[in-house]
Design a protein around this ligand. Structure first.
Ligand code: NAD
Ligand code: GLY
Length: 364
């Protein structure tokens, strides 16, 4: 194994857990020791990831659990829905699996969010482990306990806060990730710079080519630093009473793009990347950031091969979609804006200013 880093996420009531990061963790027995004991483990994965990694995970779990099942779901953001959630629950109930059963989410953020939600609601809660296999899931979605499915009217609208027992991020699984998915994951890595760590933003600018070339040491640092930042934020505000909202930089417009185009047309990371450019524009327009910030972020996002031009859904449609954002209050749309490099906050933005930004980017 090349190396293993551990980031701890501190939470009350014995819910602290470890994020282990390294190349080769999937096949290392130590990764799986010390998890809750149970008479059954259920691996939840999809038809793309299961053929690549499920048997290898099963081999590790079989010495530890008398029974190891596999539930394989269809692949895609459009399947992050009630029907697929039901398929996980159907299996658990049909097989009469008890409330100690441990679920293992093997895949990207879609599988992680759905498995976590199933774990939260099955018999009012069973333990689960995140085994993220996309960059996006390793740097963001597997950490912090947000679980959800989509609704046609809004992204991630049905879900629960429910923390995993452990996160095992095997960097070697990223070898099979398509380039487009790697780039989508970079969007969430880039996000952490402006909201929390200007030094990390410079580091990403300097190391972008090595990240795109999948240099393991560089990827490992990107995953670790992202997880450290997220762990600090979630440790301070698990249920998004305030601070945690900063993790949604770029997501208000990003979620509108995803729902507006239909889930799966743009990848989540692509929509967030473009959403960050527009949120940066709003930060400048609202007088929080000096001129030049949008251009700096746009250049980095473009170099990462991510979209900077939003789809032309029309101003009214964007506003309608953003009014169902979880951060909206009493119909008022609120954005995470950058207040200074490394510091972000929630801001209500007048519709007219939002439309100016959308128009300036050819989206209104
Ligand atoms: P995804 O889960 O759809 O995975 C992307 C694609 O890569 C899929 O086709 C998947 O089958 C494939 N794949 C996964 N691992 C692979 C591997 N190792 N090799 C080859 N192919 C592989 O998408 P994602 O970008 O991982 O996650 C996006 C989802 O995460 C969205 O639904 C988003 O809302 C959610 N999310 C949640 C949080 C959170 O805090 N819970 C945070 C960010 C994003
Ligand atoms: N991805 C946003 C959050 O976890 O809060």
């Amino acid at each position: 194994m090349a190396f293993t880093d551990t980031v701890k996420i501190q939470l009350p009531d014995d819910r602290a857990y470890e994020i282990r990061i390294g190349a080769g963790l999937l096949d290392a027995p130590a990764s799986w020791h010390g998890l809750p004991k149970a008479s059954a483990a259920v691996i939840v994965s999809n038809e793309t990831v299961a053929p690549l990694y499920a048997e290898r995970l099963r081999r590790q779990l079989e010495p530890l659990y008398p029974r190891v099942d596999l539930v394989t779901l269809p692949d895609g953001e459009q399947h992050k829905d009630w029907a697929c959630l039901d398929r996980i629950c159907d299996h658990l109930l049909r097989e009469a699996l008890d409330r100690k059963t441990v679920l293992f989410a093997l895949g990207g953020g879609v599988i992680g969010d759905m498995t976590g939600f199933a774990a939260a609601i099955y018999m009012r809660g069973v333990p689960f482990v995140q085994v993220p296999t996309t960059l996006l899931a390793q740097v963001d979605s597997s950490v912090g306990g947000k679980t959800a499915i989509n609704h046609p009217l809004g992204k991630n609208m049905l879900g629960a806060f429910y923390q995993p027992q452990r996160v095992i991020a095997d960097l070697a699984t990223l070898d099979s990730l398509p380039d487009r998915e790697l780039r989508a994951g970079l969007a969430e890595v880039i996000k952490y710079g402006p909201i929390a760590d200007p030094g990390f933003l410079c580091w990403i600018e300097d190391n972008l080519d090595a990240l795109l070339a999948r240099d393991k040491a560089v990827l490992g640092y990107a995953v670790r630093r992202s997880c450290e930042i997220k762990a600090d934020v979630v440790g301070a505000d698990e249920r998004e009473q305030g601070l945690r909202a900063i993790l949604n930089f770029g997501h208000t417009i990003g979620h509108a793009i995803e729902a507006g185009l239909g889930y799966g047309v743009w990848l989540h990371g692509e929509a967030v990347a473009c959403g960050m450019v527009l949120a940066a524009d709003l930060s400048e327009r609202m007088g929080l950031m000096p001129t030049g910030f949008v251009e700096r972020l746009r250049r980095l996002i473009e170099r990462a091969g991510l979209p900077v031009q939003p789809p032309k859904l029309g101003g009214e449609r964007y506003l309608q979609l953003m009014r169902v954002d979880k951060k909206a209050e009493a119909g008022e749309i609120r954005f995470v804006l950058i207040e200074a490099l490394g510091r972000a906050g929630l801001h209500a933005v007048p519709d007219a200013v939002i439309v100016q930004t959308l128009s300036a980017h050819g989206a209104a």
